[in-house]
Design a protein around this ligand. Structure first.
Ligand code: SF4
Length: 326
């Protein structure tokens, strides 16, 4: 089965309730993303605004005019996908990268990460744009940022919980959108897995929001409420991360690691803005001499979060900071 078929399945089952009563406005953005804004009864339906991330090769087949119905849009996509590859020309549907059965094995999750993650998968490799000083990947030779064609063909199996992009932030500003679409489509093709997506740039979660597999958990790293430009490098400020992430309504996690000195009231306010289902807290493991909070402050944060009913997981490396208080 081709990836495009799965995308259509998701599109049609999620949103098309009463197609004939909807109008669509299809726009072409950056040559890679199609946005369909839906309106009903002459008023734009803001909450139901939907974005379809569609492979670039489909764009010439999609009606570019305003005022068509959603049915027309879906029909155009379906007719393109179901046409023989020879008629379609070379595009997403007949690109060998979209077929399963590749040779790259998935990596079993190891080390000090998340206990629920079974595997890591890094289809995009290379130096991360964010350039955080504490990044554990800096100990390895990384090379230029690139899409690894062999990884894209990897058999992701089923029943796995896969952390996608554990080695570089695949949602950083400099990652081309069509690479992200390739990664999402590979995951949609293995929909019996769960996927963890973690970034410091959740603005791009919103850019691709309906292109993610259903069993996805989204996470941001939030080391502190404070912005430490020398440590956080090119990553968006904590404030910007929170602002974007709070607009995502899917299952959400926050990872406060490596924890940096923070302001309790502001930190709690950020968490309350996001309302995550889970919060993970950990500390620097590699002696980067980061500005860390006192044990008492971490303790107060943990108590305040538990009082508010948040589910916390505390990494064992946090004990170095707390001295075992928590
Ligand atoms: S965002 Fe993550 S992968 Fe990128 S430099 Fe920072 S710690 Fe490393």
């Amino acid at each position: 089965m081709k990836v495009g078929d799965k995308v259509l399945l998701k599109v049609s089952s999620d949103y098309i309730i009463s197609p004939d009563s909807w109008e669509s406005d299809v726009k072409k953005l950056d040559n890679t993303v199609v946005t369909v804004t839906v309106k009903r009864n002459d008023s734009w339906y803001a909450i139901k605004e939907i974005d379809y991330s569609v492979p670039a090769a489909w764009l010439h087949e999609i009606p570019q005019s305003s005022g068509g119905t959603i049915t027309m849009f879906i029909t155009a996509l379906q007719s393109f996908v179901t046409r023989p590859a020879a008629e379609r020309g070379r595009g997403a549907g007949d690109d060998p990268r979209y077929y399963t059965g590749g040779t790259m094995p998935l990596r079993k999750s190891a080390g000090n990460m998340y206990s629920f993650v079974t595997h890591t998968w890094n289809p995009i490799k290379g130096k991360c744009f964010h350039d955080c000083t504490y990044c554990y990947m800096k100990q390895y030779p990384l090379g230029e940022l690139r899409l690894d064609e062999r990884e894209i063909k990897a058999d992701l199996g089923e029943g796995n919980f896969i952390f996608v992009g554990s080695g570089t932030d695949i949602f950083a500003e400099n990652v081309p959108g069509h690479w992200i679409i390739d990664v999402l489509n590979a995951c949609l093709n293995h929909y019996h897995n769960k996927y963890l997506w973690q970034t410091k740039n959740p603005k791009r979660f919103l850019e691709f929001k309906s292109g993610f597999p259903e069993n996805s958990i989204f996470c941001i790293t939030l080391e502190s409420n404070r912005h430490y430009p020398k440590i956080m490098g090119n990553a968006p400020t904590p404030e910007k991360r929170v602002e974007s992430f709070s607009r995502l309504y899917n299952p959400r996690m926050i990872t406060i690691e490596p924890i940096l000195d923070f302001d309790l009231h502001d930190m709690l306010e950020m968490v309350e803005t996001i309302l995550p289902q889970q919060i993970n807290i950990g500390a620097d493991s590699k002696g980067h001499h980061l500005p860390e909070p006192s044990a008492e402050k971490v303790d107060r944060l943990i108590i305040a979060l538990r009082d508010r009913g948040y589910y916390l997981t505390l990494k064992s490396n946090l004990k170095r900071v707390t001295g075992g208080i928590t």
